[in-house]
Design a protein around this ligand. Structure first.
Ligand SMILES: [Zn+2]
Length: 85
């Protein structure tokens, strides 16, 4: 008996977790897989891998926010003139 039958896939049910202009996160209540849906692609993670990714993203954003030299290196993204008091 196959473990990857259409019947198995039918039991997958993606529940919406969060939505923003950046994308959508859903969680399958059947296999606990997390889907990160971006504009042109969907990335699939098991729960632990998604937790690792989330930590990596939060850590990276904190570094960018707290270290002006990192932010200044972002190409094609000059800070708005209004913030340069
Ligand atoms: Zn599933």
């Amino acid at each position: 008996m196959s473990t990857n039958t259409p019947d198995d896939a039918d039991r997958c049910q993606q529940l919406s977790v969060a939505r923003s202009p950046a994308g959508t996160v859903t969680l399958c209540r059947h296999c606990r897989q997390v889907h990160l849906e971006l504009q042109y692609m969907t990335l699939r993670f098991d729960a632990e891998a998604f937790r690792e990714l989330a930590g990596l993203l939060v850590f990276s954003q904190r570094r960018i926010d707290s270290d002006p030299s990192l932010g200044a290196q972002l190409p094609n993204d000059p800070p708005p003139a209004g913030l340069m008091h």
